[in-house]
Ligand binder design. Structure first.
Ligand code: GDP
Length: 440
C-alpha cells in the first residue's frame, strides 16, 4: 500500500540530492511536489496545505550539518511531521472492566463485522481475554449469520436475538450474558447503512448511551478516499467516537485517508485491517505508518503481528521436540499453519524495510505452501511421526495421493531431513546462547 505516495515523495526528494543546504527555493519546490503527492493520495486539500506549511517552517529553521545531505534531512522532517500529524504516539486501547464493552460503528460494507471478529481474535490470542460478540443488526438476518460464521471460525461465542427488533435491548442482554458466562469483553457489532442517515445515527447513539462502552470505534473503508473523511466527520459529530479503524489498507489503497481523517476529526486511528483473514489486523502506529509512506517499511507492525501470533507454550514444546530429535511432519504442518494465520505473505514481506518496493510487481501468493501441504496431508499419521521410514513405495504413493511428482516428494523429504538435523545440532549445542544472540 501507499506505493504511489512513497514513490512520488521519493522522486521529489531527488531534486534536493547533492545540494549543500536547504534553501527557501528548493524547499518550496519539494513542497509543491509533496503537496501534489498528498492530494493524489486523496489527502484532503486543506490538510495537505497545512501539512506542507508545517514541514516548510520546520525545514527552514534547520541548519544542515555537514554529515547529512539536505535530502536526508528533508526525509526525516517529512517523516516526523507525518507521524506527528497522524497522532505521534500509538493510541491506547481500553479493555479494562468486567466486561469491557466495545461498540463498533460505521457504514454497511466498511468491514465492521470482519473487524469485530479480528478484534475478538486478537484479544483472545494476544491478551488472553474471553470475548463475546453481540449481533445488533436487526435489519439484515444475514448479518447475524455472518457474525456467527466469524465467531465459529475463531472460537468466540456470539450473542443474538433473531426475533428482536430492539438493538439497545440486545446489546444490554449481551452484557448480562457476558457476566453470566464469564466473558470479559463484549464487542457490539451494529447495523450500518449504505450512506449516513439520521435513523442510523439515532439508533447507534441510543445504543452508546445505554451501554456506555469503554471504546466506541468508527470503522471506515480506506478505499473510499475523500468520502471516508466526510463519513468520519458525520459519525464523529453525532457519536463522539474514541478511535478509528481503517480497513482494506491492503491492495493498492491510496493512503490519504490515514492522514486526513486524523487531521479532520482529531481522533486517533487505533487499528488497521489489511485483508479478509482474521489475523490481518494491526495496531495503528503513526511512526510505522510514516516509515511506510516514505518507503522505509513497517518493521514495528511486523514485529507486533509476530508477537500476536507467537505462542510461547507451543514454542517451548517445539524446542523440546527438536532437542530430542522428535520434530516431525505434524509439527512442520503446524508451523505452516502458524505462518498462514499471520496473513497474506506478500503483505507480510512488504513490511520489511526495502522489500515493499522490490516485490511490488511480483506475484507472491499463499499457494506457495499448497504442494507441501498436499504432500504432508497424503502421509499416514504414522509416517508423519516417523519421517525416517519413508521408502520408495511410500514416496510413490504420497506423490500420487497429493497430485505431485515423486521428485517433489523427494525434495521435501530431503529438505525436511536437513532442516531437522540442523535445528537439532543448533539447539543441543547451547540453546540459551543462541536465543540471546537472536534477540540482539
Ligand atoms: P460490514 O457490512 O461493515 O459488517 O462489512 P463486512 O465485515 O461484511 O465487510 C465487507 C467486505 O469487506 C467483506 O467482503 C469483507 O471480507 C471485506 N473486508 C473487510 N475488511 C477487509 C480488509 O481489511 N481488507 C480487505 N481486502 N477486505 C476486507
Amino acid at each position: 500500500m501507499f506505493e504511489n505516495l512513497s514513490e512520488r515523495l521519493e522522486r521529489s526528494f531527488k531534486v534536493l540530492k547533492g545540494q549543500g543546504q536547504i534553501t527557501e527555493i528548493n524547499v518550496a519546490e519539494t513542497m509543491k511536489d509533496v503537496r501534489k503527492a498528498l492530494l493524489e493520495a486523496d489527502v484532503n486539500f486543506k490538510v495537505a496545505k497545512d501539512f506542507c506549511n508545517r514541514v516548510k517552517a520546520e525545514a527552514m529553521g534547520q541548519n544542515v550539518i555537514n554529515s547529512v545531505e539536505p535530502r536526508q534531512l528533508m526525509v526525516k522532517i517529512v517523516h516526523d511531521e507525518l507521524a506527528k500529524f497522524m497522532g505521534g504516539e500509538q493510541a491506547p486501547f481500553n479493555v479494562d472492566g468486567n466486561p469491557a464493552v466495545i461498540l463498533m460503528s460505521g457504514l454497511q460494507g466498511s468491514g465492521k463485522t470482519t473487524f469485530s471478529g479480528k478484534l475478538a481474535n486478537r484479544l483472545k490470542e494476544g491478551k488472553k481475554k474471553k470475548p463475546l460478540l453481540a449481533a445488533c443488526d436487526v435489519y439484515r438476518p444475514a448479518a447475524i449469520e455472518q457474525l456467527k460464521t466469524v465467531g465459529q471460525a475463531i472460537g468466540v461465542p456470539v450473542y443474538s436475538e433473531p426475533e428482536s427488533k430492539d438493538p439497545v435491548a440486545i446489546a444490554l442482554h449481551a452484557i448480562d450474558e457476558a457476566k453470566k458466562t464469564g466473558c470479559d469483553v463484549v464487542i457490539v457489532d451494529t447495523a450500518g447503512r449504505l450512506a449516513v442517515d439520521e435513523e442510523m445515527m439515532k439508533e447507534i447513539k441510543n445504543i452508546k448511551d445505554a451501554i456506555k462502552p469503554n471504546e466506541t470505534l468508527f470503522v471506515v473503508d480506506s478505499m473510499t478516499g475523500q468520502d471516508a473523511v466526510n463519513t468520519a466527520k458525520a459519525f464523529n459529530d453525532r457519536l463522539d467516537f474514541d478511535g478509528v479503524v481503517l480497513t482494506k489498507l491492503d491492495g493498492d489503497t491510496r493512503g490519504g485517508a490515514a492522514v486526513s481523517i486524523r487531521a479532520v476529526v482529531n481522533k486517533p486511528i487505533k487499528f488497521v485491517g489489511t485483508g479478509e483473514k482474521m489475523g490481518e489486523i494491526d495496531a495503528f502506529n503513526p511512526n510505522g505508518m510514516a516509515d511506510r509512506i516514505l518507503g522505509m517499511g513497517d518493521i514495528v507492525s511486523f514485529v507486533d503481528r509476530m508477537q500476536q501470533q507467537y505462542d510461547e507454550n507451543e514454542a517451548k514444546k517445539i524446542e523440546k521436540k527438536i532437542r530430542e530429535n522428535k520434530f516431525d511432519f505434524n509439527d512442520f504442518r503446524n508451523q505452516i499453519n502458524q505462518i498462514k494465520k499471520m496473513g497474506n505473505l506478500k503483505s507480510l514481506a512488504s513490511m520489511i524495510p526495502g522489500v515493499g518496493k522490490a516485490i511490488k510487481d511480483i506475484d507472491i501468493n499463499d499457494d506457495a505452501f499448497k504442494g507441501i501441504e498436499a504432500i504432508i496431508d497424503s502421509m499416514t499419521p504414522y509416517e508423519r511421526e516417523h519421517p525416517e521410514i519413508m521408502n520408495g513405495s511410500r514416496r510413490k504413493r504420497i506423490a500420487a495421493g497429493s497430485g505431485t511428482r515423486i521428485d517433489e516428494v523427494n525434495r521435501l523429504l530431503k529438505q525436511f531431513d536437513q532442516t531437522r538435523k540442523m535445528m537439532h545440532a543448533v539447539t543441543t549445542k547451547n540453546p540459551m546462547k543462541m536465543m540471546r544472540g537472536m534477540r540482539r
